[in-house]
Design a protein. Sequence first.
Length: 223
Amino acid sequence: MNNYPIIQLLIVEDQHILAESFQRLFSEQSQFNVVGICTNKVEALRALSLLKVDIVLLDLSIPEHGKLTPNVDRGFQILEYLQEHMPHVKSIVLSSYNDYSLIKKSIQLGAMGYLLKNTSLTELLKAIQQVHSGTKYLQNQVEEILHRKDLRNETKITETVQLTRREKEVLTFIAQGLTDMDIADEIGLKKFTVSEFRSHLLRKFSAKNAAELVNKAHRQGIL
């Protein structure tokens, strides 16, 4: 007999056969207890309000309720709900989707784990234990998807952003927190011209503001 706490699991999966197979698997493990199985968003939110849950095993693509068509937005809405109202409840996405944008968004919305449905039972149990202890867990295949895409993005930015001497000069002053008027005084240009340089730099780096601009420039080694 061990002294580990029993982990209370809520399974959110619209495929009944798969959900029930998970329940059978967990019933054979003394450290886990399935408190409920939900097949749609409405059921999941109701269960979360009524049951003591440690970890939600979430399939992203579920219906709103009943037999409506499954949609990944419903899964994201559950993650958002947990993040805003129940931050103590951890979530692991267990999905058939290996799309970079869906993985990235899940993590941004607070998912502490992301595994594909081809994962082994051993790895799934390991992920649950690790997430329960407060550490994120990504399946190796998922990590590779994120790494390859991020690497391509970095390479693309590095290859496309080329700066003139004057643009680099203006960028350096922006990084120092100077206003357009201050920069204009420093390099002997009109404020309007400096503002144009700032706009060009934001476009070149696909940055929304000065902070993002400076951050991207640092990542490329320009600053």
